[in-house]
Design a protein around this ligand. Structure first.
Ligand SMILES: NC(=O)c1ccc[n+]([C@@H]2O[C@H](COP(=O)([O-])OP(=O)(O)OC[C@H]3O[C@@H](n4cnc5c(N)ncnc54)[C@H](O)[C@@H]3O)[C@@H](O)[C@H]2O)c1
Length: 360
């Protein structure tokens, strides 16, 4: 199942990242963002994304999809089979925007929300026509490179919508992971929030600077996490006796004062100033665009290396990367015409809508 036309509602950091991934996969995108600077900002992200994809595909990129700036949500979502909502993280705004998307989108379209932590059940109450096609589709920045998308269904989401969403996001080189139970912040942001809270304490208490903290991460377990995650790495840390031994060894720490996790530092100007000043000392010699460039170059290089290990079969994100690059390479050689792509596309939640006896 492929996407014949997509809509992006919101074109900031994340929305523009989605636009880049979709366009670079040859898919037409219609975007709505009221920011008068939206076109320029999306253009900047596209420049970076094209550069990263050229690193992946030195022999040439597939023909890009066409990007249209719509004047209204209604105009943007018309004819789209995937609508990606990426507006700021405020429930009342998500409600307003999702209600409008729902009113005007084709009944069989999938609506994916990029929300970092709002439960889909709390958002789909605003969708009066077809709440069953809403899924959280939570990506990671930069969306055009990092493959993971957390898929979360709400109380009203049809299982078929989750299946269709998995296929649609897979078709643009992503790794959908369906979260089994709906919770705030899902899985990725739960983990990131835990590390972030600890980091704020460590800086506030003067244990280390932001630069030292980043070094501790990127010269050690950050490298391990990128290729094996947490549990596989700890299994090895248990030695030949594996996970059981690891747990026996470190289980008692749970009762020791090894974390300040449930306690939050006071979020005040002093804390913001401390972190921001140290961050300036660490990084102000580079602009954000320069940092994005080096981040992207590193990410492509890491995934490329991971695509060659394990006897050439690749490992983790590298295996997916290898397939993605191969598929894009084929697409670049044999551009699929829009008509052919349309013919291949299956209409998403038709089955689901039928099952509910609803009409669009
Ligand atoms: N930044 C991240 O790292 C990250 C990662 C994953 C998910 N998210 C989630 O993605 C969503 C967007 O975050 P972001 O970081 O891109 O924010 P952002 O502030 O960079 O972009 C939001 C965009 O939405 C636009 N917008 C505002 N009102 C709108 C409306 N009514 N209709 C259409 N567009 C509107 C704004 O003009 C802006 O361009 C949030 O839900 C956020 O939690 C963010």
């Amino acid at each position: 199942m492929t996407i014949s036309k997509a809509a992006a509602i919101g074109g900031g950091v994340i929305g523009a990242g989605w636009v880049a991934r979709l366009l670079l996969n040859g898919i037409d995108v219609s975007i709505f963002d009221p920011d008068p600077e939206a076109e320029r900002k999306v253009g900047e992200v596209m420049k970076g994304a094209r550069r990263a994809y050229r690193q992946m595909l030195p022999e040439g990129l597939p023909k890009e999809g066409k990007l249209t700036f719509a004047k209204t949500i209604a105009e943007a979502v018309a004819d789209a089979d995937l609508i990606q909502e990426s507006v700021p993280e405020r429930l009342e705004l998500k409600h307003k925007v999702l209600a409008e998307i729902d009113l005007h989108a084709p009944a069989n379209a999938i609506v994916g929300s990029s929300t970092s932590g709002i439960k889909p059940s709390d958002m789909q109450v605003a969708m009066k026509k077809h709440p069953e096609r809403l899924v959280v589709a939570h990506p990671f920045n930069p969306v055009y490179l990092l493959p993971l998308v957390e898929i979360v269904g709400g109380e009203q989401t049809f299982p078929e919508a989750i299946e269709v969403a998995k296929e649609l996001y897979s078709s643009i080189g992503m790794k959908p992971v369906v979260i089994r139970k709906e919770i705030e912040a899902f899985v990725g942001d739960r983990l990131l929030e835990a590390a972030w809270r600890e980091a704020l304490w460590l800086i506030k208490d003067g244990i280390c600077t932001v630069e030292e903290l980043d070094d501790i991460m990127r010269y050690s377990f950050g490298l391990r996490w990128a290729q094996m995650g947490m549990f596989q790495v700890y299994r090895i840390a248990g030695g030949e006796a594996g996970m059981r031994h690891f747990m026996a060894q470190f289980g008692p720490c749970l009762k020791w004062p090894w974390t300040k996790l449930m306690d939050v530092p006071e979020f005040n100007d002093e804390l913001v100033e401390l972190i921001a000043t140290q961050s300036d000392e660490q990084s102000s010699k580079w602009s954000i665009r320069e940092l994005e460039k080096i981040r992207d170059e590193n990410l492509v290089a890491i995934m490329d290396v991971l695509s060659k290990t394990n006897g050439g079969k690749g490992w983790g994100a590298g295996t997916l990367h290898k397939d993605y690059v191969k598929r894009l390479g084929k697409l670049a050689k044999k551009p699929v015409s829009q008509a052919a792509a349309k013919a291949k596309a299956t209409k998403p939640v038709k089955k689901a809508a039928r099952a509910a006896g609803k009409k669009g």
